[in-house]
Design a protein around this ligand. Structure first.
Ligand code: ZN
Length: 267
């Protein structure tokens, strides 16, 4: 049997401790419920650990990231409290092949915005309205096991377009909301050797992560985002010796790639 996918579910873990409403829905934290969904669907194919903001290094030390194939990210109230050093470390790991699954309000997290390079802002409304998620990729591993062309969540927080993201490499879900908006709810990008999936459903005051379809998609996404393919070569490589002879080469000015000349005019 192939070795299990090592998933780290990260949660800022704030509202579940500060708000009675959130505590009543997620008494052990959203991370615990997401972790349970992965175990439920993937069984021995997965090895799940959790990490939270208030741990040293937010629970994302070099050693933990090295042993993480897929990082699932939940944050809402404390995006700014995540240290830049850790974000940089996570970005490096993603480029080298670690998967990232950004859930719901993680659209505004430092790591997601860093990987996207755009603001990642959107419209929202908290009115407990119906959401219908249309499956745009029926043959994709992330939608495996969904029974219908769409699934619905009865009470949700609305997220609407324009969602300020780079065009996704693949669009997996689009949401319709009762109040009129639409939203790109399931999006894929590749960065370096890493796979990124943004999945909209969530919100701390609704029991979204107990929904059977949402749990299935989260588990599918974790399995899909695991590293695959060839090793990542991300550094610049100067190859002065060509692989085959160049018949009529020009003189090299490769020295210009180094430090600027000392006598360069400065303003
Ligand atoms: Zn929310």
């Amino acid at each position: 049997m192939a070795s299990p996918i090592r998933v780290t579910v990260w949660n800022e873990f704030i509202h579940e401790r500060s708000s009675d409403v959130v505590k009543s829905i997620y008494p052990d934290g959203i991370h615990a419920v997401v972790a349970a969904a992965l175990r439920e669907h993937l069984g021995e194919r997965v090895q799940v650990r959790t990490a939270t903001l208030d741990e040293p290094d937010h629970g994302l030390s070099k050693a933990v990231l090295k042993e993480t194939d897929v990082l699932m990210w939940w944050g809402h109230a404390a995006h700014d409290e995540v240290s830049g050093k850790v974000v940089k470390r996570v970005q490096k790991r993603i480029l080298k092949g670690m998967g990232l699954v950004a859930m719901h309000s993680a659209h505004a997290s430092k790591i997601f915005r860093r990987m996207m390079g755009t603001g990642c802002m959107l419209r929202w409304r908290e009115a407990g309205e119906r959401e219908r998620l249309w499956n745009l990729a029926p043959g994709h591993p992330i939608t495996a096991g969904l029974k219908e062309e769409y699934f619905e969540l009865e009470h949700t927080e609305m997220y609407g377009e324009f969602f300020d993201i780079p065009p996704p490499d693949e669009l997996i879900f689009v949401s319709w909301f009762e109040g009129g908006e639409v939203f790109r709810s399931g999006c894929i990008w590749r960065r370096g050797a890493g796979k990124i999936f943004y999945f909209r459903p969530g919100h701390e005051t609704y029991p979204i992560y107990y929904d059977a379809n949402v749990r299935r998609v989260l588990a599918n996404a974790a399995a899909w985002a695991a590293p695959s393919g060839a090793p990542y070569v991300g550094k610049g490589r100067n190859i002065p010796e060509p692989l085959s002879p160049i018949a009529n080469p020009l003189e090299s000015h490769d020295d210009l790639h180094g430090a600027p000349p000392a006598n360069r005019a400065t303003r």
